[in-house]
Design a protein around this ligand. Structure first.
Ligand SMILES: Cc1cc2nc3c(=O)[nH]c(=O)nc-3n(C[C@H](O)[C@H](O)[C@H](O)COP(=O)(O)OP(=O)(O)OC[C@H]3O[C@@H](n4cnc5c(N)ncnc54)[C@H](O)[C@@H]3O)c2cc1C
Length: 447
């Protein structure tokens, strides 16, 4: 049972993982209760800054101005009444109610903070997910992933270098040169392919005039299922595939990857697709550290099994939200639809739910179950095309959306995240500033 009454000491909420869900929760709790000392809120993350993960493909392609979207945890904590501490979660002692984090070592190998522990009364784990390569040979060595800002920047740098190298060389291009293969045609893979199509042309237009984008650069997506966006309605897959092909992206469906080597993707049917840049964007799992952490129950992809209240199945003081939680998804009639999918909208909803539940917990009221509301999915195919499906009672089922309306809905998902972090005034002013400066800025940022 939680020690809800700590006398004069404020109840300690520790949130591990400051992503789409965790940072929103820390900010809202800090704003409402941290400033007045009614709650002692600590956010722990292994990084110093936050970037909303669905924006990573834009960093990878070079179309995002990082400085306009990166949130510094220390500053956010200062302005919103919570404490931020750096470190990577290594374990939990549920008896002593402590979380353990590793030492933080900087890029030059210097220790910045030693390994330490933080006491909690309520613990929220929101450490997200990482890619699942299902043990495919060569992926760990040769494929890039899009899990963090560092991964996205590494991809971008390799892509620009590949263009510069191709431009400077005197001999003909090798078969794999300037070929990008993206494994996985879910939203991440499809969005990256479309964004790359545009930005590689922009990079070349900076003066790398010996590279002919339409002839020399190839972007392909490889998907084991029979269609792109296999988790979304078929009509949406078809429309997306048509748009991708119109952009010149090569689409390989029903193609299972057997291995990745330094300059090719090998398919199970024997085909070999030469590629110097390979991105693995197929499948996710929760971070390895969660496997059996503190004796909590986890599933086969290491997600923490939670009750509908988002409390872990074996400890009511430990909650999990977002991608790292295996949370039951029930329809309106209570029928099971499996688990809540790993999406930003789920992390956002769960953070809002927990914001209320933590207040109920402190007031000694029973917790309410979380119910996932699927508003549909939107996929951005470059700046001017967005497709998606909208769901919900209001429209009575699923409705396919395209064009400007879909674009506005896509952008609004990120706006909701920004609003949760910064409030209306800052978001409106920042959006106006971005719209004004946009025309004078280059489309591709060469970082
Ligand atoms: C390229 C890409 C595109 C996407 N596009 C979409 C989209 O269009 N729509 C959509 O709904 N979803 C999209 N998603 C999925 C979406 O980003 C996730 O579902 C969402 O970010 C999950 O939120 P979260 O809070 O659970 O975890 P995250 O946002 O991943 O945050 C996890 C946080 O935990 C920290 N962390 C991890 N491990 C540790 C540790 N051991 N110790 C301390 N800190 C740790 C990380 O640094 C990070 O800050 C996309 C994902 C990717 C990668």
């Amino acid at each position: 049972m939680a020690n809800l009454d700590r006398g004069n000491a404020a109840h300690r909420v520790v949130i591990v993982g400051g992503g789409a869900g965790g940072l929103e929760l820390a900010t809202r709790l800090g704003d409402r209760f941290g400033r007045r000392g009614r709650l002692d809120v600590t956010l722990i993350d292994r990084n110093r800054t936050h970037v909303w993960k669905p924006k990573l493909h834009e960093i990878a392609a070079g179309s995002m101005d990082l400085s306009a979207h990166e949130v510094n945890y220390l500053a956010q904590a200062h302005w919103h009444g919570f404490r931020w501490r750096i470190g990577e979660l290594t374990g939990i002692d549920r008896e002593r109610r402590e979380v353990h984090v590793s030492a933080f070592i900087d890029d030059e190998g210097q220790e910045v903070t030693a390994a330490r522990s933080f006491g909690y009364d309520t613990l929220v784990l929101s450490v997200g997910s990482c890619s699942n390569d299902f043990g495919t040979p060569g992926v760990a060595e040769h494929a890039l992933k899009l899990e963090s800002q560092a991964d996205a920047q590494r991809f971008h740098s390799r892509m620009v270098n590949a263009c510069i190298r191709a431009h400077a060389q005197t001999g003909p291009l090798r078969p794999a040169q300037l070929h990008v293969a993206i494994i996985g045609a879910g939203a991440t893979g499809v969005e990256l392919a479309a964004e790359l199509h545009r930005t590689t042309r922009e990079v070349v237009a900076y003066g790398l005039d010996r590279v002919d984008p339409s002839k020399d650069i190839t972007v392909s997506v490889i998907e084991a299922a029979e269609r792109v966006l296999p988790a979304l309605p078929e009509r949406l897959s078809k429309a997306t595939e048509v748009l991708l092909r119109e952009l010149g992206v090569q689409v390989h469906t029903g193609a299972r990857v057997a291995a990745v080597t330094a300059d090719a993707v090998h398919l199970a049917d024997g085909r070999v697709l030469p590629a110097e840049l390979v991105v693995w964007a197929a499948g996710v799992k929760a971070p390895e550290v969660l496997k059996d952490i503190g004796g909590l129950e986890t599933n086969r992809i290491h997600q923490l099994v939670v009750k509908p209240t988002l409390q872990t199945s074996r400890d009511d003081d430990v909650f999990a939200l977002g991608d790292c939680a295996a949370c039951p998804w029930l329809d309106g009639a209570g029928k099971s639809l499996g688990n809540v999918p790993p999406r930003a909208q789920a992390a956002h909803q769960q953070a809002s739910h927990l914001f209320v539940q933590i207040q109920r917990r402190l007031a000694g009221k029973p917790l309410q179950p979380y119910r996932y509301r699927d508003f549909g999915s939107l996929v951005s195919l470059g700046e001017f095309s967005t497709v998606g499906n909208m769901m919900g009672g209001l429209i009575g089922g699923s409705l396919m959306v395209e064009g400007l309306f879909a674009r506005v809905m896509y952008v609004s998902l990120y706006k909701m995240h920004e609003l949760a972090l910064h409030g209306w005034a800052k978001v409106i002013l920042d959006t106006l500033a971005r719209l004004i400066t946009r025309r004078t800025e280059p489309v591709v940022k060469l970082h």
